[in-house]
Design a protein around this ligand. Structure first.
Ligand code: GRF
Length: 201
């Protein structure tokens, strides 16, 4: 399967996918054909360039409207003809053009146990709320914010002395393993989405 991975930051989830594929290029069942970002100058793009992958940057401010940006992102992604798009720390909400092209094929990873704590500050919100456990969710993207059908979740204990960064790092350790496992299974074995249920063979 052909993967396009979308990033906005350090790209450690992207790196986990790169490492898993490099460790077993034939067995993993997928390869990354391009990496896209919504901004320049991020480590995620450096990781892609080090791996010799094509990259593209689609910045909202380069477009007259958010809708135009969404269409540009869809076209830039479609140029690589992906079977799956992996949003790994991509911090923009994709819109109707993107979902028209790739709906049902976009996998997102979120650092909280959805439906709890959706949005851009899931780790901070769980900590502030006093949750005793939190974690990460890998799900398909639908037209909401972190609301699509859940594929897999991992639980992480919250510690009394946790800072947002410490907790996020522990979540990311679980998140990277979960994402690598899920993407490989979707790519190798296929899947069906029925309502809110994701059916894996
Ligand atoms: C991940 O925890 C992701 O779920 C969240 O931001 C983090 C991105 O990490 N949206 P990285 O860029 O993959 O290192």
């Amino acid at each position: 399967a052909r993967l396009v991975v979308l990033v906005s930051g350090s790209g450690t989830n992207l790196q986990a996918l790169l490492d898993a594929i490099a460790a077993d290029p034939d067995g993993y069942g997928a390869r990354i054909v391009a990496v896209g970002a919504d901004r320049d100058g991020i480590v995620g793009l450096e990781r892609a360039e080090k791996a010799g992958l094509p990259t593209f940057v689609c910045r909202v401010k380069d477009h007259p409207t958010r809708d135009a940006w969404d269409l540009a992102l869809a076209e830039a992604t479609a140029a690589y003809d992906p079977d799956l798009v992996v949003s790994a720390g991509f911090m923009k909400i994709v819109g109707k053009h993107f979902l028209a092209r790739f709906g049902g094929k976009v996998v997102n990873t979120h650092p909280a146990l959805l439906p709890s704590f959706p949005g851009a500050h899931g780790v901070r919100d769980a900590l502030a709320y006093g949750a005793k456990v939190t974690g990460c969710t890998v799900h398909f993207v639908d037209d909401g914010v972190d609301t699509g059908p859940i594929i897999a979740q991992g639980v992480v204990e919250v510690r009394a002395d946790d800072t947002e960064d410490a907790l996020h790092e522990r979540i990311k350790e679980v998140e990277r393993r979960l994402l690598v496992d899920v993407v490989g299974r979707l790519a190798r074995d296929g899947y069906r989405i029925e309502g809110r249920k994701v059916l894996l063979p």
